[in-house]
Ligand binder design. Structure first.
Ligand SMILES: [Zn+2]
Length: 408
C-alpha cells in the first residue's frame, strides 16, 4: 500500500491552541499514520507555504434544492431528477473542501448509500430525511389556495411525511424516520422564513410533543436538531434536550445562558437569509411574505449570533446550502469572522466542534494519528478565513485526492 505524504505544510490540527506548526503528514490507505518532521512517503504533495486543515464540516445543507425554490421549478421537474441533480451538487460541495455534511432535509438513504458505495462523489453524510412540523408549521406545504406547494421534502417511500401533531403521533413518526434510516431527527420548533405563512417568532410543538421526540430518538441513539428561530421555540428545544439550534435568530441573553448551561450547539447559517435576498435579485420567484421575513431577520440574526459567540456558545459551521447555491459554503466562514470570531476559532467550528456535534470525533475533525484522512490543503499559511474559496489547493477524503491538484 502506498503512503501519501503531505510535505512541509503548516498543520492546523484542531487539537493544539498554538499556531499551526510545520510538519509532514503521512497517510496510509484511509488513515493518518504519522505526523512530524522529515517523514517518508511514496507519493508526495508539496505543502510548503500552505495550510493543512482537517476536512471541513457543513452541519446544515439541503442537496435536493440549489438556490431555486420556486414552485414552477418543482412543478416542472420529473420526480427522480432531484437525485441526479443532488449527485452533482454533492461533488461541487466536496470540491470546496467540505468532506462531511449533515443533510437537514431532502436526501434519503439511497443518496447517502450511493456515496458510501462510491457510485457518486460527495461529502460523508448524516441525513435527517425531512423536518418534522406541526400542522400549519414551518414544514407544512399547505398553501392558502387549498393545495400543496411541491418542495424538497415531499413524502415518498424513502422520505416519510413531515406533519405530526400530538405525542402519540410523534412517537410513531420518529420510529418511521428511524425505520427509513435517518441518522439524525430534525424538528421545527418555530415557524420560519422559507414557509410562506408561518412566523419565525412563534413556538411550534408543545413540550410534551418534544419530550416524546427526544425520548424516541435517544432510545435509538439519534441526536435531534431543531430548526429554531424565535426565542420561546429555542427555549423549548433546549429544555427538551435537543442537541443543536439551527439558525437561532432571536437569542436573548437568558436563552444564551440556557444554551451554555445545557451545552447546546448553535448552527448559525448566516448566509441563508442573505441567500433568499440574492435569489430575488437573480429573478427566482419567491412569495412576498418570504422576502419580507428574510429582510426583517438579517440584522437581528447577526446580532444574536455575535452575542452567542462572545458568550462562548459552541458554534458549528452550517450554511443551509440549497437556499444558497451549493459550493458557496466557504462564504459562511467569512461571515463568522465578520462577527468577531478569530480565524482559528472559525476553523475549529468547521472541523473539531462540528465533529463533536455530529458525534464522529473518534474518526474525524482533527489531524491526529489514527484519524480518517479527510484533509484540505490551502494556498497560503495564514488563518485568514475571508476568502477561503480562492485558496483551495487539494481536497483529500478517505486518503484519496478527490479535488484539486496533486504534485505542483
Ligand atoms: Zn435548512
Amino acid at each position: 500500500m502506498s503512503r501519501l505524504i503531505l510535505r512541509n505544510g503548516h498543520v492546523f490540527d484542531g487539537v493544539s491552541n498554538d499556531p499551526p506548526t510545520v510538519a509532514d503528514v503521512v497517510i496510509d490507505d484511509d488513515r493518518i499514520v504519522d505526523i512530524g518532521p522529515g517523514l517518508d512517503g511514496d507519493l508526495e504533495i508539496d505543502c510548503t507555504g500552505r495550510l493543512v486543515t482537517p476536512g471541513l464540516f457543513d452541519c446544515h445543507v439541503h442537496f435536493m434544492v440549489d438556490g431555486d425554490f420556486s414552485a414552477q421549478t418543482h412543478l416542472q421537474s420529473p420526480f427522480s431528477l432531484q437525485f441526479f441533480q443532488a449527485a452533482e451538487r454533492m461533488e461541487r460541495t466536496l470540491g470546496v473542501g467540505v468532506t462531511s455534511v449533515r443533510e437537514a432535509g431532502g436526501s434519503d438513504a439511497g443518496v447517502r448509500e450511493a456515496r458510501d458505495r462510491g457510485l457518486i462523489a460527495g461529502p460523508r453524510m448524516q441525513i435527517s430525511l425531512t423536518m418534522l412540523s406541526q400542522t400549519g408549521g414551518h414544514g407544512d406545504s399547505w398553501e392558502i389556495c387549498g393545495g400543496f406547494m411541491p418542495g424538497m421534502m415531499d413524502a415518498h417511500p424513502g422520505r416519510p411525511g413531515a406533519i405530526v401533531d400530538g405525542p402519540d403521533e410523534m412517537r410513531r413518526k420518529v420510529r418511521e424516520l428511524i425505520r427509513a434510516d435517518a441518522d439524525v431527527i430534525k424538528v421545527a420548533t418555530t415557524g420560519g422564513v422559507m414557509s410562506s405563512r408561518s412566523r419565525p417568532q412563534h413556538a411550534q410543538f408543545r413540550p410534551d410533543e418534544l419530550a416524546v421526540l427526544v425520548a424516541e430518538a435517544s432510545a435509538a441513539e439519534r441526536f435531534v436538531m431543531a430548526h429554531a428561530q424565535g426565542t420561546q421555540g429555542i427555549r423549548n428545544a433546549i429544555n427538551a434536550g435537543i442537541r443543536s439550534i439551527e439558525h437561532g435568530i432571536y437569542l436573548d441573553d437568558e436563552t444564551i445562558e440556557m444554551m451554555l448551561d445545557a451545552g447546546t450547539w448553535l448552527v448559525p447559517t448566516l448566509i441563508a437569509p442573505m441567500g433568499v435576498l440574492e435569489a430575488v435579485e437573480r429573478g427566482v420567484e419567491i412569495a412576498d411574505q418570504v422576502i419580507a421575513k428574510a429582510t426583517e431577520v438579517v440584522g437581528i440574526h447577526r446580532d444574536s449570533v455575535s452575542r452567542a459567540m462572545a458568550a462562548g456558545v459552541k458554534i458549528a459551521m452550517g450554511t443551509d446550502s440549497g437556499v444558497t447555491p451549493h459550493g458557496q459554503n466557504l462564504r459562511e466562514l467569512a461571515e463568522m469572522a465578520k462577527l468577531g470570531m478569530p480565524g482559528d476559532q472559525v476553523l475549529r467550528s468547521s472541523t473539531t466542534v462540528a465533529a463533536d456535534l455530529l458525534g464522529v470525533s473518534d474518526d474525524l475533525g482533527t489531524i491526529q494519528v489514527g484519524k480518517l484522512a479527510d484533509l484540505v490543503i490551502w494556498d497560503g499559511s495564514d488563518l485568514d478565513v475571508s476568502n477561503m474559496r480562492s485558496r483551495i489547493h487539494t481536497v483529500i477524503q478517505d486518503g484519496a485526492v478527490v479535488a484539486g491538484r496533486l504534485g505542483d
